[in-house]
Design a protein around this ligand. Structure first.
Ligand SMILES: Nc1ncnc2c1ncn2[C@@H]1O[C@H](COP(=O)(O)OP(=O)(O)OP(=O)(O)O)[C@@H](O)[C@H]1O
Length: 249
């Protein structure tokens, strides 16, 4: 299957420090959610920064929809179809939900296309439509996250990079946010996801990659990673729940 974005043998880091990514490769197939899992500081956010052009890799290649995009900055990556939803909350609290969402289409020249996209995201995220005229700061954390998703989809990206979307959310809001991530995927946008809540994220994902020492250590179908007891112990906060043992008579 064609990849929406492909990072090949990436070396990347900050300033003069030793590289954080040391030969990292990951591909996001069309129509899929790929989840990056790994210990704190493994470099998960750094992968997303390299993928969106915020951090220039020292070496390696980046392809978007098969097109060579190595060395391009954030504006070019966005224009090529890579949207990045950063960690934490990034809504403008004193602006309305509408203003926040429409900002995502600021770079679009075709205003009719922008209007169609606004209708599309309102349909995809009902809370965005319901609270369209409200100040974004009045929304709950989970609702604000959906406003950020809607804003990122305004340009009709090929792939959305989501950095810790459930951070700071309660279990109910987390469940809603993951449902919306699956809806984004089903509506045609591929997703590259980084999450502390690794088990929950892998349940929503199609593919998983375990990062260690700056490269992808293990990758495969998310369901297989979830079922692997050793991975569970090491990276997913314990073994998967055992089925109950029925005592023999
Ligand atoms: N802006 C920066 N300047 C210098 N070093 C940084 C910067 N951002 C991250 N690092 C370092 O790069 C390494 C990887 O960080 P990164 O945030 O990518 O990890 P992560 O896997 O996303 O971790 P976490 O799960 O804690 O968010 C860490 O050692 C971190 O200290």
């Amino acid at each position: 299957m064609a990849s929406e974005i492909e990072l090949v043998d990436i070396q990347a880091g900050y300033g003069r420090a030793a590289p954080v990514l040391r030969g990292l490769s990951v591909a996001v197939p069309a129509g899929s959610i790929v989840c990056l899992v790994g210990p704190n500081g493994a470099g998960k956010s750094t992968v997303l920064k390299a993928a969106s052009g915020l951090l220039k890799p020292r070496s390696g290649r980046i392809l978007v929809g098969g097109r060579e995009m190595t060395g391009q900055g954030p504006q070019a990556m966005l224009a090529a179809g890579v949207a990045h939803v950063l960690q934490g909350h990034s809504v403008f609290r004193e602006m309305t939900v509408a203003e926040n969402v429409l900002l995502g289409g600021y770079t679009l020249r075709d205003k009719a296309f922008a209007a169609r996209r606004a209708e599309f995201v309102k349909e995809l995220f009902p809370v965005v439509a319901q609270r369209w005229g409200s100040l974004a700061g009045l929304l709950s954390g989970g609702q604000q996250k959906q406003v950020e998703f809607a804003r990122s989809l305004m340009v009709d990206p090929k792939v959305v990079l989501l950095d810790e979307p459930s951070m700071g959310l309660d279990p109910n809001a987390t469940a809603t946010v993951f449902e919306q991530i699956v809806r984004m995927r089903d509506a045609g946008t591929a997703v590259l996801l980084v999450e502390q809540n690794a088990r929950r994220a892998l349940e929503a994902a199609d593919l998983g990659c375990v990062l260690d020492l700056g490269r992808v250590h293990i990758s495969g179908p998310a369901s297989e990673l979830l079922a692997d007891p050793q991975l569970g112990e090491l990276y997913l906060g314990g073994r998967p729940a055992e089925p109950p043992v029925v005592p023999k008579r």
